[in-house]
Design a protein around this ligand. Sequence first.
Ligand code: NAP
Length: 308
Amino acid sequence: MNARRSHVARPVVDLAGRVAVVTGAGGGMGRVLVEDLTRAGAHVVAVARDAPRTERLLRETVGDHGRFEVVEADLSLRHGVVDAATAIGRRHPHVHVLVNNAGAHFPDRGLTPDGVERHVAVDYLAAFGLTHLLRENLVAARGRVVHVASDSLNDTRQVKLLGRARPADLDPAQLDDLTRVNPADGFVAFEAYARAKLLTVTSGYHLARLLRPHGVTVNSVHPGIVATGIVDDLVPAALRPLGWLIRSGMRTPRDGASAALRLATDPALAGVTGRYYRREVVATTPAVSHDPAVQQRLHEVSVRWFAG
Ligand SMILES: NC(=O)c1ccc[n+]([C@@H]2O[C@H](COP(=O)([O-])OP(=O)(O)OC[C@H]3O[C@@H](n4cnc5c(N)ncnc54)[C@H](OP(=O)(O)O)[C@@H]3O)[C@@H](O)[C@H]2O)c1
């Protein structure tokens, strides 16, 4: 995890005529994803909370040559996800790539106006909802879905110097009602973040099976530890004065984004689906994420979430 590892091969694929949707498009890795996808010739739909700011940032990064449009959406809100999917779906009957990159870590527990814990909303439901609601468009294009997850799901210790890895856990009983996930009782912010990413990967395995017959692939990826905005939220308060030093040992956003970009575009990965990658390497996830009954329950409750 060193900034010197930033010289990662840029994609040499031709995405002319393809549509790629990137969420969190104004963030550290999101901007790079938009830049690289437009450079490869794709028309990019950049989903972001602040359209004018993102438009400005992307204009600087992409220049005048790349083709992109910004769809403004707060993906922590159910109607934000639904409205974004509706707008994208109407404009683009074919969605060839969907990178669910938006994510957040919140230091305290908070609920969205829909009554769900914020990590569940931003780090899980946004990714599930866009994939589910854009299903027809993805099927029409035999598209690729990439969920940007986090290996915190395999180890929720923020400081990993002592002891053993502590994987995120999931109480299947809470899956009857998503407002019960990440309850106030025993709330630990980093565990709540990791649990939401675990939901994303768990659901990703299920969606991969459902969509495989239609030629759509769904994979999840941990990008590494990357010097972006989210890291400032993740560094424990006591270590913040050393933030610059901590950041200097991390991957650059360009390097971080390359793992998701590869899954989204590499011709060698055509047809590869239902996997979780730690960077370029296939990795395991907690047993609960592979339990078909848990996957099914999560799918049903999530479909209901967006139905009503
Ligand atoms: N950096 C790391 O070390 C690391 C490690 C593992 C996984 N990840 C994952 O990588 C992904 C990209 O994060 P990053 O590292 O590039 O961090 P970042 O710079 O903080 O970007 C996160 C993006 O998510 C967007 N976002 C947050 N809440 C949103 C909401 N309610 N609605 C719509 N968009 C929202 C942000 O939008 P605004 O610009 O509007 O704030 C921002 O563009 C995330 O899913 C993160 O969990 C990062």
